[in-house]
Design a protein around this ligand. Structure first.
Ligand code: G3I
Length: 319
């Protein structure tokens, strides 16, 4: 029956997935599901700094360019992920940063943001400009950016990205901000502060990495309070992991997690996209990071749709 993308299109919502570009190149089943079910794609890894500039001054856009071409061929929009982050930095940068002055490091960051956004200019719908800058207690994360540049690096990154591609929608993206609480409140306060300074921020991305061991977030009200600031919002990395092996009770909780997160987005007018962080269990990041957990996506490792898939389909069909 109807694909997720066609159902979503009927209600003006974009539905997306993170894409593993090795699978996209090598696996026809993976390619066909990516094209048929989703109307937006996010590179899972290949736009990150360590991939695009493995050696200082030498760019490699090849894998990301292939994904962007695939997206254009399949009438999909692209979420660019991610320009400024503490993780997956190139080795040369991690090695050199401690010896750099603030001005030197700021120049390196500015060049990176400018060059990457310029390379993809006109081809990115939403950029995750800054990713995961906060701790769960609402303080700023102790990254090389904060240590050397102070909190102003966040506003700078948005300004540089906007200069390079004025039409791209610029997002702040983070996890554990689906719930109201210290982290989400801190992001809310930061966004208001950026807006008051005239910083070009267009949206907030709620990653939405959920686990059946924890309660579901109060997502709709939280999305709505950010939308009320005049921002777009998006669920950017949805998955619902569980301890293995999956029991029927836990799978019901996973189904509820997908249904409720999608319905929350559908209920908020400014929620413009709902993206899963990979669609098949065989390619999910979860088992590599959370020992004994998995089954977090909507297709099994044999690319068969699970109840989680049908739950998304049904929620979209009910509109
Ligand atoms: O490419 C190398 C390969 O050459 C090497 O042989 C292999 C050995 O470990 O590692 C490969 O790199 C891995 C990379 O994914 C590409 O597959 C890294 O080890 C691995 O750590 C990395 O994991 C990614 C992770 O971000 C890194 O933090 C996951 O695939 C990716 O799903 C995950 O995505 C993040 C989002 O960007 C931000 N939000 C959270 C989300 C989940 O952690």
């Amino acid at each position: 029956s109807d694909s997720l993308r066609s159902l979503a299109s009927g209600i003006g919502l974009r539905i997306g997935t993170a894409v593993n570009t090795d699978q996209l190149a090598n696996n026809p089943t993976y390619r066909s599901i990516t094209a048929s079910q989703f109307s937006t794609v996010t590179p899972e890894n290949v736009m990150k700094w360590e991939v695009v500039e493995p050696t200082r001054g030498t760019y490699d856009w090849s894998a990301a360019d292939r994904l962007v071409s695939f997206a254009q061929a399949n009438h999909q929009l692209v979420r660019g992920h991610t320009l400024v982050w503490h993780s997956q930095l190139p080795g040369w940068l991690t090695a050199a940063a401690p010896q750099m002055s603030a001005d030197q490091l700021r120049a390196v960051l500015r060049q990176h943001v400018t060059d990457e956004v310029t390379h993809f200019k006109g081809r990115i719908w939403q950029w995750d400009v800054v990713n995961e800058a906060f701790n769960d207690d609402g303080t700023l994360r102790d990254s090389i950016w904060l240590q050397k540049l102070g909190p102003g690096y966040i506003a700078d990154a948005f300004r540089w990205a906007h200069q390079a591609d004025p039409k791209a929608k610029l997002f702040y993206n983070d996890y554990n901000i689906e719930y109201t609480g210290p982290k989400s409140n801190a992001v809310y306060a930061m966004v208001k502060n950026l807006q008051a300074q005239g910083v070009p921020i267009d949206g907030v991305g709620f990653q939405t990495h959920l686990d059946t061991q924890y309660p579901l977030p109060d997502l709709q009200a939280n999305l709505q309070r950010f939308a009320a600031l005049g921002l777009d919002v998006a669920e950017t990395e949805v998955d619902v992991r569980t301890p293995l092996p999956v029991t029927p009770t836990e799978q019901s909780a996973q189904v509820a997690g997908y249904t409720q997160t999608l319905q929350a987005c559908m209920a908020v007018k400014r929620c413009i996209s709902y993206t899963v962080w990979g669609f098949d269990d065989g390619d999910s990041w979860v088992p590599g990071v959370f020992a004994g957990e998995g089954a977090a996506t909507i297709y099994d490792a044999a690319f068969q749709p699970k109840a989680q898939y049908f739950a998304l389909q049904q929620a979209l069909a009910l509109g």
